[in-house]
Design a binder for this molecule. Structure first.
Ligand code: C2E
Ligand code: MG
Ligand code: MG
Length: 669
């Protein structure tokens, strides 16, 4: 298609050039022809005036002849007005005229036909003969005068005949010239349309071209405006985009710096948007963003600006914000408005928003800083449990910067497959035998060094990266287990799962897939979840746990006693194990309350038929207490720190050879 369009275009261009060339040629030819005709006309006119002038010569000739004759006659007749000098002068004039008439000219050709020069020649002959007589002629010498006049007399008749003939010729010439001129005028008359027609065509073509050019220009202008609009606006929501916001912020801050006014920037992020996208698809997510954009625009006055920065991130700019109270009210109204469910295709979609607010000039003195600090405040708002807003505070900076670094590093580590899994043995308290391990994720960043899991798991949960981390850990554990020797076939592995995974993933489907890929027996897996997972979306979590239990997966509640410890979910959820939080274990020796809690948990577990694992066992006294209280499994530095797979294999090998394995394993502390 573009090929055809190009061919059409060049065809059109060729024809246009051809039309122009043809018209210009016609115009040039017509112009040249017109110029030539006008030249001919001019020559004709000048010829006609030449004939007029020249045709007066013979008349003057006759006149001068007659004046000589008359003056001669009057001279000898004694006329005092005519003296001898006059006669001589008139004689000379006639002489000169005769010579001129004889020499001939362009018009002499004409005169030749009537033989005027013959007359001139003959008169000149008479003048030659009478020259002396005329010059010496006395006033009373009538005889000589009559003799001279007699010699001239025959010319009277010849002159008369000549004048008659000349008049006839002159008339003929004039007729001829008039006809010639008429022909030229006719030519000029036809020349008019000949020049006018191509000129008009050329003009029409030019007008047409000008219109085309104007249209093309309008089209290009429209496209330019369109691309300028697209460059500054988000195509999905029609809101300003990041580029435009940055530019606008630059202008607004410069104006605020001049006028001394304040500027507020809100950074917004939707909570739960990913879930909508994952559950209902991106098309639904996009429509939801459109509704959010409309609600935000509706809440803001004409002076404010709403921008979409990408994904589910928005920004609200209040250029002249004198009053923090108004900002708070707006933030609360935004939170309330976005919390309202969005009805799409008969479904109620729920999202909420967290807002970070930074102000100019109090919190930042340039665009980048203001954007960065609003983002920092947003991060803090999310950390405070979402659905809230937070103002930037200088103390937030470092923590958030660290979180951002961790997030960036973790993404890179996932992409580079640079995470690791360490394994910490779990010991059966009754006989100190290693019956299982807990898989714990490890990450060493090239810049940040060893980042503790508590830190990066929290960031991963915050950013959604936990889904990838979880999948990676599971696959890694499964492939490691597949590599273990036959002797370890009974070793159970506890894997930590985040509540976020239960909310946004089908944990059971993931586990089944991994088990299938690596030939893993799911009965060897214990899934550790914290109490938080039970509190959120209980139905969804419970369904998945039930599913998992049906496939033989054990379920343990991690860090039990630390959180809400609601007894109701202990009954409701299909559990196998309670892991007593290490804060209680570590308080065994000095804290009676801790001992009481442990006893309580152990009693509860035993009555519910659950196994108990004591975490963080660091010394023999703690182990002795746990054994006395009939805790089934212990895990802690007393036995081993979490170690890489190869070390774990050595450690198990070693423990199996020594009768009191725990003491041996625990030698590392
Ligand atoms: P957790 O699941 O309660 O894991 C036990 C934590 O206690 C581990 O910390 C372990 O190193 C530590 N620990 C074990 N024995 C002792 C001891 O005797 N003394 C002391 N002071 N600490 C002991 P770690 O490895 O730093 O992990 C921290 C938390 O990070 C874990 O707590 C778990 O909630 C989370 N985590 C680690 N790996 C993963 C993972 O792959 N997925 C998820 N979702 N969370 C993970
Ligand atoms: Mg755990
Ligand atoms: Mg724990």
């Amino acid at each position: 298609m573009p090929h055809d369009a190009a061919r059409n275009k060049s065809w059109l261009r060729f024809h246009r050039i051809a039309a122009y060339s043809l018209l210009i040629c016609v115009l040039v030819v017509a112009g040249a022809y017109g110029w030539r005709t006008l030249g001919q006309l001019r020559n004709g006119i000048s010829d006609a005036s030449g004939i007029e002038i020249e045709s007066s010569d013979p008349q003057l000739f006759v006149l001068e002849y007659q004046r000589l004759r008359t003056s001669l006659a009057r001279y000898v007749a004694g006329d005092p007005v005519v003296d001898h000098d006059t006669v001589v002068m008139l004689f000379d004039i006639l002489w000169g005229r005769c010579e001129t008439m004889q020499q001939g000219s362009f018009y002499g050709v004409l005169r030749d036909t009537i033989e005027v020069h013959n007359i001139a020649r003959d008169i000149l002959a008479v003048l030659h003969k009478t020259e002396d007589a005329v010059f010496e002629l006395e006033r009373d010498d009538r005889e000589t005068a009559h003799a001279i006049l007699a010699k001239l007399e025959p010319f009277d008749r010849r002159f008369t005949e000549y004048l008659i003939e000349f008049a006839g010729h002159r008339f003929g010439w004039m007729q001829e010239y008039r006809a010639g001129l008429a022909r030229m005028v006719e030519k000029i008359d036809t020349l008019g349309p000949a020049i006018l027609a191509p000129a008009l065509a050329l003009l029409t073509l030019l007008v047409f071209e000008a219109r085309q050019a104007r249209r093309a220009e309008a089209f290009v202008r429209e496209r330019e405006e369109e691309s300028r609009y697209l460059a500054c606006h988000d195509s999905l929501t029609g809101l300003a985009n990041r580029v435009y916001l940055n530019r606008k912020l630059g202008e607004v801050l410069a104006a605020a710096a001049r006028s001394g006014s304040d500027v507020a920037l809100f950074a917004l992020d939707l909570d739960g948007f990913k879930r909508v996208n994952d559950t209902f698809g991106h098309e639904m997510g996009d429509r939801l963003l459109g509704v959010v954009a409309r609600r935000l625009s509706g809440l803001l006055g004409p002076n404010g600006l709403v921008a979409r920065l990408g994904g589910d991130e928005f920004a609200v700019l209040m250029p002249d914000s004198a009053n923090r109270e108004r900002e708070n009210v707006l933030a609360l109204r935004i939170i309330a408005s976005l919390e309202q469910p969005v009805m799409l295709d008969g479904r109620d979609l729920h999202v909420s928003t967290s807002i970070g607010i930074a102000r100019f000039p109090q919190d930042a003195d340039n665009v980048a800083e203001l954007l960065g600090h609003a983002d920092v405040a947003l991060y803090a708002a999310k950390g405070e449990g979402k659905r809230t807003f937070c103002r930037f505070d200088r103390s937030m900076g470092e923590k958030i910067v660290r979180q951002k670094l961790v997030e960036r590093g973790l993404r890179a580590a996932l992409a580079a497959d640079a995470l690791e899994v360490h394994y910490q043995p779990q010991i059966r308290v009754a006989d100190n035998v290693i019956i299982g391990v807990e898989a714990l994720c490890r990450w060493r960043d090239p810049e940040l060094g060893n980042v503790p899991p508590d830190e990066f798991i929290a960031v991963a949960e915050e950013t959604g990266l936990i889904l990838d981390v979880g999948r990676w850990v599971l696959a890694e554990v499964a492939s490691t287990m597949a590599s273990w020797p036959e002797a370890l076939a009974g070793l159970e592995v506890a894997v930590n799962f985040s509540p976020v995974q239960f909310l946004f993933q089908d944990v059971c489907a993931d586990l089944l897939e991994v088990a299938d890929t690596h030939g893993l027996d799911l009965r060897r897996i214990t899934l550790e979840i914290t109490e938080g997972a039970m509190m959120r979306d209980t139905e969804r979590t419970m369904d998945q746990l039930r599913n998992l239990r049906e496939h033989g997966v054990d379920v343990a509640i991690d860090d039990f006693g630390k959180g809400y410890s609601s007894l109701s979910y202990l009954r409701k959820f299909p559990l196998n194990q309670l892991k007593i939080d290490r804060s209680f274990v570590q308080g065994i020796e000095r804290d009676a309350e801790a001992r009481a809690v442990i006893r309580g948990i152990l009693g509860l577990a035993s009555s519910l038929g659950l196994e108990t694992v004591a975490e963080g066992v660091e010394d023999l006294a703690q182990l002795a207490f746990l054994r006395d209280e009939r805790c089934t499994v212990a895990q802690g530095y007393l036995f081993s720190r979490p170690v890489p797979n190869e070390q774990l294999l050595d450690l198990i090998d070693c423990a199996n050879k020594v009768p009191d394995g725990a003491a041996m394993v625990g030698s590392g502390i």
